[in-house]
Design a protein around this ligand. Sequence first.
Ligand code: SF4
Length: 57
Amino acid sequence: MTFACINYDASGDCCRKLGGECIPGRRGCVLDGQVTLSNELRRRVEELEKKQGKSKD
Ligand code: SF4
């Protein structure tokens, strides 16, 4: 299966909706809660959330 997201900015390789890295399934993504994430995507989402948690400190 392939997926093309209208929020993906190919020229900047980022998500226009969330204003940052495109990691399908991340919080706020159109796929959030809609799909089962691969281990690799889950790892990337966890890394992002750790970074975001640290930046709020
Ligand atoms: S993070 Fe989600 S909403 Fe944003 S561009 Fe990627 S797939 Fe689309």
